[in-house]
Design a protein around this ligand. Structure first.
Ligand code: FES
Length: 125
């Protein structure tokens, strides 16, 4: 039986994910269309499904900022839950310990790729 190889799928150019910024895109995640985001924190890019752990709302549903005013945490704009940008873990009392769903992404030669076997690219949003 042949082993199915996962091919990296380009999401965007690296410069489209600025420090403390985001890039929104859509994927098919386990066969369901979902919104996703890339964020850059301390120079590294992280990918997450764009859905808060508190309620099924996008993190940027109320405003376009994805980081809090300190630049140290991701923050949902609905009820201001803060997340560790590296692990996606909620650091707020509400939903403490719950995590955003992380996506496997890789940055290489000025591109960011989706390398998550559970997901395929859908479209930019
Ligand atoms: S929906 Fe995100 S904090 Fe409530």
């Amino acid at each position: 039986m042949a082993i199915k190889q996962h091919i990296p799928q380009p999401i965007c150019r690296s410069l489209q994910v600025p420090e403390l910024g985001k890039f929104s895109f859509a994927i098919q995640y386990r066969g369901v269309r979902r919104d996703a985001i890339l964020v850059r924190f301390k120079g590294l890019v992280y990918g997450y499904l764009n859905q808060c752990v508190h309620m099924p709302r996008p993190l940027d549903c109320e405003n376009s900022n994805i980081f809090d005013e300190t630049g140290r945490y991701l923050q949902c704009s609905m009820h201001t839950i803060c997340y560790d940008p590296v692990t996606g873990e909620s650091l707020s009392e509400i939903c403490a310990g719950k995590k955003l769903t992380a996506l496997q992404v890789r940055e290489e030669e000025e591109w960011v790729y989706l390398v998550d076997k559970r997901a395929v690219m859908d479209a930019c949003v």
